[in-house]
Ligand binder design. Sequence first.
Ligand code: HEC
Length: 149
Amino acid sequence: MASRPLVRVTAPIALLLLGVGCRERRSVPPAGGYEEHLSAGGLAPPTAKLRNPHARDKRSAADGATLFTAMNCDGCHGGGGAGWVGPSLADGRWRYGGTDGALFQSIFDGRPHGMPAFGGILSPDAIWKLVTYVQSLEPPADVPTERWP
Ligand code: HEC
C-alpha cells in the first residue's frame, strides 16, 4: 500500500520520458527505401515478394490466353499482347516491372496511364493465370523503338 503514492509520482514521469523518447524517434527522417508500401487507399498492395503459383504452367498459360481475349486485354494490348493503345507485353520491356509481383499489381490495381484495375473483377487466381500467359509470351524478333505520344 505504501508503494501507491510512489507509483502515482513515478508513472507520469515514466510516461513523460516515454513520450519524449517517441517524439525524438519521430523527428528522425524515414529511411530512403521501404518494402511495405501503403497505397493512398490504405490497402497494402501485393509486394514484389509475391510468387506466381502457376509459374511456367502451360495449362494456366492457356487459361490466361482465353482470359486475355475474354476480358478484352487484347482490345488495348493487341493480339498476343504485341502492343496497341496499351504497351506491348511481349517485348520483354516493362514500365512497371516484369516480376511476378509487379505484373500481378499492374493487373490487380491498374496503372495510372490508362490501365484499368481488374482486382475487383477477376479472382487472384485468374490474375495469376493472366500473369502466367503474359510471362509465356516470346519477345518478337523485331522490337519497334518508336515512342508513341
Ligand atoms: C482500356 C485499355 C486497357 C485494357 C482493357 C487493359 N490494359 Fe493493360 N495497360 C493499358 C495501358 C494504357 C497501360 C500502360 C499504363 C501506364 O503506363 O501507366 C497498361 C499496362 C499494363 C501492364 C503493365 C505493362 C508494363 O510495361 O509494366 C500490364 C501487365 C497489363 N497492362 C496487362 C493487362 C491485362 C492482363 C489486361 C486484361 C485483364 C489489360 N492489361 C487490360 C491499357 C489497357
